[in-house]
Design a protein around this ligand. Structure first.
Ligand code: HSC
Length: 699
């Protein structure tokens, strides 16, 4: 038949099996094979009904995303779906694992759908900047209703087989083994003489749609998915499903799908999809590396970071001992964890029983006994090298052999921390991002002597904690903060040049950042930045560097937590503060910086070009393994919108010549200190190349 699709007839029933590991994506071979199998079924005089199922761990996970960068090869997925539907004899989709995107579309092209209870179905294309372009925008509203279909397509979240059954997406839940159950279901359909039931011929139920339904929905999504292109296209397709005959609406879907596929947004989002998966692969730490068992974890420090990390661990079911130096600190820490969970309870995100269970998993400790049997200890004390060294000396003395000793440092030298122990191979950095129980990123810092199995265990732990892990090397600030500092530096330099904080933030927000640089500084705390600045050994010798932050810190203006920072606060609402503009003007005079008219374009370049330039240095030094790893850091830890694809992808999209020329332009004005192009950037720009090409050449 074909290398990935097989055809087997058992009496009157045909079983068509797609076997295209790892996730049965509908690449060209699968599409061709499936069309051929349907043709064979239609001409097989003894065959009465067909069951379509998949081998391996899952039903079809969608179209093959890696093909979207190339011209589409026939048969296209929409044609495959139409071919299934057009079959004069019934076809039953039998689902296990996840039927996603094109996978659910194939299933909706079949005449009946059955699934095991553990299966899930969904249309997650929106996460790739796409829409369900193989008739999904037309079929799901017909099966599940307009509201449910929109919710599924715009959230991208899969639903359980049970929920799909309630909404008419799945016809039959199979108890027990899928193949056997699906064949039995097909037998029953034959006995009932069930005809092919074609979803495209169902009517879209418009009964509950009032006149404002779509305009309200559009507005709501414009707020929720600010800046993204695909969501509005999905709404347009569903509106077409309601308003137009099937064939005409399908033409809208085809056209909008192509617009999405070719958009910069989708390219960026597809890049991140693969970059996130590539980041999990460490060349010298194979997938099957031995792991150390992590059953008990101790967290040192019950402050904001320590508490957040503890919550993250217990949320994943891992028992934690939280350690502090005094009773009061411990009570404060436990109190804030409990109140966090109580807030979740009030919002209905957690039951009382879950709350109690999570609190039960947290033990409190004041002495080292609690550390003795921990498999993993995460230190989350002040960002101060002397204190961290003391902690690690202590850990070396009391922890059992083989325990992993991790530091949550966000910037410091993990080699120096490891040197405080006699077991550097067990020491690693686990840089969580605040709030640690919410932010998806984990930078895993590999020090010179960290054992591969410790790295493998940390990567596996990240999966358990539902974090996106990126392995980074040792340098001040690792990948994220090292690249974030020049961004903050320029944001503060712009203040000295007379641009208001509100304008800088607005420009960054409109570019897509979740928050502008000044709002984010106030949220993280200028005191935190100040401590980082103080601990940074080879910081720039420049009286203007981070000067606004230093002066505001000295005035006790730490940001949101003290009611004032770069902004003043009414609750959490930032308000412009004339005193800050005055401070900026006074410092500018002292530093001999003249105010200038600065365009929005310059603000963007000043914020992002130095970040990209630092990224190029990080790549050259091998601190990050790949440009995509850097992009994953910024998309998951720094509020960069996924449709930009991360700083390195953004640079490639702009063209490295443009970025290089921009940096040289600012070098003319501001000198070499901050504006010397990184050698790698210069080399690639001159060669007309990209970071992606450079990465490909490394392999
Ligand atoms: C789509 O379906 C578009 C259609 O609506 C319209 C098409 C119309 C065309 C019209 C033309 C005119 N493709 O995640 P994992 C790889 S868009 C290619 O680690 P898990 C993945 O890269 C698609 N590759 O496993 C990785 O490779 P590696 C909509 C795919 O168990 C390996 O499989 N569907 C792929 O944690 C394992 O993946 C989606 O968005 C794909 N579709 O999770 C679903 N899916 O080993 C995307 C996976 O080399 N996939 N790979 O690194 C997922 O969400 C997850 O992979 C699963 C499995 C939940 C399926």
């Amino acid at each position: 038949m074909s290398e990935v699709v097989s055809y087997e007839r058992i009496d009157r029933i045909v079983v068509i099996t797609i076997d295209n590991p790892p996730v049965n994506a509908m690449g060209h071979a699968a599409r061709r094979g499936l069309c051929a199998a349907v043709a064979q079924f239609n001409t097989d005089a003894n065959a009465r009904i067909a069951v379509l199922l998949c081998a391996g761990r899952t039903f079809i996970a969608g179209a093959d995303i890696s093909e979207f960068d190339q011209p589409p090869l026939a048969p296209w997925l929409p044609e495959v779906v139409q071919t299934l539907e057009a079959s004069p004899k019934p076809i039953v989709a039998a689902i296990h694992g996840t039927a996603l995107g094109g996978g659910l579309e194939v299933a909706m092209g079949c005449h009946y759908r059955c699934a095991v209870a553990a299966a899930k179905v969904g249309l997650p294309e929106v996460a790739l900047g796409l829409l369900p372009g193989a008739t999904g925008t037309q079929r799901l509203p017909r099966l599940a209703g307009v509201g449910k279909a929109l919710d599924m397509m715009l959230s991208g979240k899969p639903v359980s087989a049970g929920e799909a059954h309630e909404h008419g997406i799945i016809d039959e839940i199979i108890a027990g083994e899928l193949r056997e159950g699906a064949i039995a279901y097909a037998e029953r359909l034959l006995e009932q003489d069930a005809p092919p039931r074609r979803v495209s011929q169902l009517r879209v139920d418009k009964a509950d749609l009032d006149a404002e339904f779509f305009s309200d929905y559009r507005q709501q999504i414009a707020r929720q998915a600010r800046g993204f292109f695909a969501p509005q296209q999905i709404i347009q397709c569903v509106e077409a499903a309601v308003e137009l005959p099937y064939e005409e609406a399908l033409a809208v879907e085809r056209e909008r799908f192509t617009a999405c596929r070719e958009s910069g947004h989708s390219r960026a989002q597809r890049h991140l999809f693969f970059a996130e998966r590539a980041a999990a692969k460490i060349p010298d730490v194979p997938k099957d590396s031995p792991l150390r068992a992590i059953n008990k974890v101790a967290v040192i420090g019950a402050g904001t970071m320590g508490g957040g990390i503890a919550m993250n661990l217990v949320n994943a079911g891992l028992p934690v001992t939280l350690l502090e130096t005094d009773e009061a600190g411990l009570e404060r820490g436990l109190g804030s964890i409990r109140s966090h969970y109580e807030a979740a309870l009030k919002k209905g995100r957690m039951t009382q029983a879950q709350l109690e269970e999570r609190m039960r998993l947290i033990n409190a400790g004041l002495d080292d006994i609690a550390l003795a049997d921990a498999d993993l200890v995460i230190e989350a004390v002040f960002e101060n090298m002397a204190i961290k060294k003391q902690v690690f000396e202590r850990l070396d003395a009391v922890c059992k052999p083989g325990a992993i000793l991790a530091s949550n440092t966000s910037s410091l030298d993990v080699n120096a921390i490891a040197a405080a122990t006699r077991r550097a191979e067990d020491v690693i950095g686990l840089h969580f991002f605040a709030p640690a129980n919410v932010m998806p990123l984990l930078e895993i810092v590999r020090a010179t002597h960290t054992a591969p199995e410790v790295i493998a265990t940390a990567m596996a732990l990240a999966k358990t904690l539902r974090k996106t892990a990126v392995l980074v090397g040792v340098c001040y600030g690792f990948v994220g903060n090292r690249m974030f500092f020049p961004y903050i530096r320029e944001a503060q330099m712009l203040l000295l040049e007379g641009v208001s904080a509100a304008r800088i933030d607005q420009v960054a927000y409109d570019w897509g950042m979740a928050m502008g640089p000044h709002a984010v500084s106030d949220l993280s705390g200028l005191d935190v930045f100040y401590k980082l600045y103080e601990e940074w050994e080879d910081k720039p010798d420049d009286p203007a560097y981070f000067r606004m932050g230093i002066e505001l810190y000295k005035q006790g203006r730490y940001g949101q937590k003290s009611g004032a920072g770069i902004y003043q606060y009414d609750g959490r609402t930032p308000l412009p503060d004339p005193a800050v503009a005055e401070l900026a003007a006074r410092l500018a005079e002292e530093l001999d910086i003249a105010p200038r008219e600065i365009s929005d374009e310059e603000i963007i370049e000043r914020l992002f070009y130095p970040m990209i330039n630092e990224g190029a240095r990080i790549l050259e030094e091998g601190i990050a393994l790949r440009p995509g790893d850097i992009d994953v850091v910024f998309a998951n830890g720094y509020g960069m919108p996924r449709y930009r694809g991360g700083p390195m992808f953004y640079a490639d999209a702009l063209g490295l010549k443009t970025v290089h020329a921009g940096i040289c332009k600012y070098r003319e004005r501001y000198g070499e200190r901050y504006w010397t192009p990184a050698p790698l950037l210069e080399k690639l720009a001159q060669a007309g190349s990209t970071f992606a090409d450079w990465q490909a050449a490394q392999q």
